[in-house]
Design a binder for this molecule. Sequence first.
Ligand code: GTR
Length: 437
Amino acid sequence: MKHNFSHAVVLWVAFFALAGRSVSSGQPAGFNYDEAKVGTYSLPDPLTLVDGTKVTEVETWKSKRRPELVRLFETHMHGRSPARPAELKFVVTSTDKNALGGKATRKEITVRFGAGPDAAEMHLLLYVPNTARGPVPAFVGVNFEGNHTVTSDPGITITEQWVWNSKEKRSERMRPAESTRDKRVGSWAVETLLARGYALATIPRADIEPDYAEGWRHGVRGYFLRQAGKSEFAPDDWGAVAAWAWGLSRALDYLETDKDIDARQVIAMGHSRMGKAALWAGASDERFAGVISNNSGESGAAISRRWFGETVERINTSFPHWFCANYKRYNKDVAALPVDAHLLVALIAPRPVYVASAAEDTWADPKGEFLAAKHAEPVYRLFGKAGLGVEEWPAVDQPVGKVVSYHVRRGKHDVLAYDWEQYLNFADRNLLIVKTP
Ligand code: GTR
């Protein structure tokens, strides 16, 4: 009997080792890049309520399933964000009608989140095409290194901001050097989108929160915590990704007041960690007309239950500030997570969503990103919208879909002109455009 028992244990362990799984975690330690070792998993059904009731009507999705899913994401992953501050204030600090060689009007707006002198604030940069004959649709996104890095326009104010000093291991309040202008020009394709009749609005990541474990002390999360008289976050208080998403919603608050912009047609767009933020912005704030997730990866558009590339445990370890404290409970048991990426994509329905991958960006699990869009389809169908139009993961450089769209382009983790070309086509086909004649 004893012999049989230990024999069974040996077989059991051997089975899990061969299958690449561990008994306790649901996902083994380490990182997998072999599709054959992804393992089996079962995804929560987008159209079944937690109490087991099937969702067969749009009305039930809107009144029950959607709010239930938003709460699940808030409780277990992103945390709860504050509402729009009562004392939100917009100050247009500069306007240049002749920016980028006369192609655009550039505005800079300071958005203040409170009335006091110590109130947190963010700097919004806006370009509107001068060919506009009325309010235009816009893309809005969080930039990584400051507004001055997104174009070669020397007129952009370089503001004092939190800059990470990797030698000293702390962030410093300073004005970045002139030499850092236009560093991220390739990622934003400003002139291309202006030429196609779109506006671009962008805010710097560090204005919302400098991106390291203790960065919250210098960002909006620290500001609101102090305002509430607290010194510690609750397990379901917002993480940095939710804070960046919240910044996108506050940018939209401003855009609603700007007569050059058609605020019903603003698409949240983000790359990588800011793709995670764009997804949550569009999922939690239904005013966004659509969402573009560029290489957002783990805890963005990639299915977390797939053991491929980055894992929940790894993201919570490398970036402990990105999600709420409750999310760490799933480090060793991702199967217990009540949500997954397909539900995040589904929360954008029936609005247009674009999920994009890069073939060499295996850390982000390109196929897992495709599958999240695929498994969100039932909710789009409930609204009478078409899905991706393909059953299998498409070949590289073969964009698919209409309302739900996807591509995997050749190359690395980045936003390239090729990606923007697809995003502009996607916006053209999905938005009711009032733009250049
Ligand atoms: C990586 C992280 C990814 C992705 C990426 C980025 O280090 O593991 O989840 O967000 O950073 O934002 O560039």
